[in-house]
Design a protein around this ligand. Sequence first.
Ligand SMILES: C[S@@+](CC[C@H](N)C(=O)[O-])C[C@H]1O[C@@H](n2cnc3c(N)ncnc32)[C@H](O)[C@@H]1O
Ligand code: SF4
Length: 412
Amino acid sequence: MQPQHRLTIARRVSRVVLTQFSDLLLTPEDRMRDYYRRSYARMDGYYYPKHFMEIPYWIPILCSMFRPDRFKRQLMIVDDMSAAERECQAAGPDEAFLMSVLDANLECVLRLAGTGAQLILGGYIDARQFEQYPNVRYLSEPADILQVVPGAQAVSTLDYSLFSGMECIPRYSLSSGCSFRCAFCTVPSKLVLASADSLEAEASALRDLRFKLVFMDDKSFGEAPNWQKLESVGRQINRYNEKFTGFIVQTPPSLACRPGFLEKCRDLGVRYVEFGVETVNDKLLTYLRKPFRVRHLMQACEIARSLGLYVIPNFIVGIPGDDYAGTASWLSDNVDIVPVVNVNWLSLHFGNVRGDLGLPVHGVHDRDQNSSTKSWLTAVEEAAGWDMISHAYQLTDQYWTGRRTYSDVTSR
Ligand SMILES: C[S@@+](CC[C@H](N)C(=O)[O-])C[C@H]1O[C@@H](n2cnc3c(N)ncnc32)[C@H](O)[C@@H]1O
Ligand code: SF4
């Protein structure tokens, strides 16, 4: 839990500016983004908006707290810092800028804090960094907004109106949390089911977006007992969106390989399955406390292949002692069902109470999933991680160039 900082009642607020920093600003040159853009173009339903891979989930959550008849709500996508500074400087005392702060955008947020505009922040950094700014309030959770903005209401059905018409892959969740306790992960270990009463409204809330696929935010899909509600969610979406083709789910291979599970998922509308593979090495999976072993992964891939489903592995590079041999060999054996890979550098997130990997945290790079600089890696080990990434990109690019997932989509 973050210490709450300056939790005082704000002046009357009549305009809220939900502010998101563009990926193009934060990482102007990005090999990973180029790879995703190429790969997504070959994957039916995988839209990639201009400024971010997906709609920043915090915005529809917070937007639901500001009724449109009471607040003027606005989306500000920052791809030019000087323009954003001018916007903040011009703001009146009844205007507030809301932002989610991460290590990656911390410097930009500090710059906007310096303009004197009223900033309401939340996120995953040490809040003390904003102590010197009387115009900044750092909140530990969305519910705190009720205390600082008079007239705000509790979080209700997500509100996507600021993204109306955008081609994207929206998220939807039947549950939050995950009861596995992988050592590197910060997902809360309490599994909480979404209220049955809210499911229909949440499915309708996506109505004004343009999408073919929905990404299930459930961290380990199939763990929560309400997973089969997917069918009614799909039916509901199909009523207003005839282009809707199905769901992407994420789950560990040990859940996926349970008899009949993936088959049922396919029947409920699942089209792509993400596995938190991390590394194809049982010793390291034990070290990470992952809830599966390589044999589960092999089994789950065989089942997915037989059902015509596609698999997207999440890999973690930079795990001490990894030579990537198992991962490279697994990928080469399964590239026919793997149209794209997700790669993160092992990081020890701020606030990870489980972080018992026995690794030192010496600064921002150690906490950043996009940074290859880690205090536990030598230069040679870091280079080996990059080689693994190049190899995985190359392998999938080579196989998938000229191919498309669900190329027979019209016949479905
Ligand atoms: C929210 S998890 C869901 C995965 C799914 N529950 C599973 O285990 O199969 C998504 C992915 O984020 C990545 N991830 C999460 N925490 C990370 C960290 N501290 N360092 C690097 N990657 C991380 C992992 O690759 C993980 O599989
Ligand atoms: S990595 Fe996946 S399985 Fe492990 S704790 Fe996080 S969400 Fe759960």
